[in-house]
Design a protein around this ligand. Structure first.
Ligand SMILES: [Zn+2]
Length: 275
């Protein structure tokens, strides 16, 4: 995870159709709160055609550089991606296995600040409806309740820098300074799931090779050393120069917000440029 810098102006659809539907949902709740709090009821189902519209998804994807807000994987070649609600819209669990509490944060279903772009695995298999609070008695239960009383146990990636709580031991995510937030993130988002760890490990090994190649100065070598290097690589001098140039580009981009697994890269190579 890294801090996400989203555009401040919401896609128009959310403020037009989204606002109208939020008022509709609030009216349904106000008319019959008991029915909306009943287990498994669908009274306050938000409309995916609005919060998950192509324009909303495209804006989130652009702001997050095509990466999942939690695991930082670039998944668009193999997955549709979810519009993730940081505060769950349809029901909430204080504990991962506790009962689903209704109605959830229905009034935030179209709220731009509550929306993120996530891979299906982080959203559906891991975070899902889990949204723990330090004091669950302070949870907002309906649209008139204040959110400021809540102290979420998961950091919002747009509001806090996860690097203060979460770091990496090579490719493995670890909490920083025994941070409860960091530990909660790793657990909630499945940041050490085996397949993800393998991807990060491969990515780290490729980067280490690129950093080594980027540091080579083929023109400063003695003629004998240069010939030995070219023979060992089975490449021409022009090919090696191109190889080094490409590696230098990798080095320049590896820790930018747009880079896959930038959080891991920054933890391992804090000297690499971030902008
Ligand atoms: Zn993910």
């Amino acid at each position: 995870m890294i801090r996400i810098r989203k555009r401040t102006t919401a896609p128009a659809l959310l403020t037009t159709l989204g606002t109208a539907d939020r008022l509709r949902l609030e009216g349904i709740f106000s008319a019959n709160p008991v029915a909306c709090q009943a287990p498994r009821n669908q009274q306050l189902a938000a409309k995916p055609a609005i919060y998950g519209a192509a324009a909303v998804k495209a804006a989130l994807a652009a702001d997050q550089h095509g990466k999942c807000c939690y695991c930082e994987s670039k998944f668009e070649a193999t997955g549709f991606g979810d519009v993730e609600h940081f505060r769950p819209k349809a029901g909430v669990r204080q504990q991962p296995k506790s009962a689903l509490e209704k109605p959830g944060y229905y009034w935030l279903a179209y709220e731009w600040s509550n929306l993120l772009y996530s891979c299906e695995i982080c959203n559906r298999r891991h975070k899902s409806n889990w949204f723990p609070l330090l004091n669950p008695a302070h949870r907002a239960r309906q649209h008139d309740d204040p959110l400021w009383r809540e102290r979420p146990l998961l950091p919002h990636p747009c509001r806090t820098d996860p690097a203060a709580e979460l770091t990496f031991n090579r490719h493995v995510a670890v909490e920083k300074n025994q941070s409860a937030w960091g530990a909660a993130c790793i657990w909630a988002y499945g940041l050490n799931r085996p397949a993800l760890n393998r991807r990060r490990e491969e990515s780290l090994e490729k980067l280490e090779l690129a950093l080594f190649v980027a540091s080579l100065d083929i023109d400063a070598m003695s003629e004998a050393h240069r010939q030995t290097t070219l023979t060992m690589l089975n490449m021409s001098l022009a090919e090696v120069r191109r190889f080094i140039t490409n590696a230098q580009v990798v080095r320049k981009q590896a820790a930018l917000d747009s880079a896959e697994y930038a959080g891991m890269v920054r933890a391992n190579f804090p000297h690499l440029p971030r902008r």
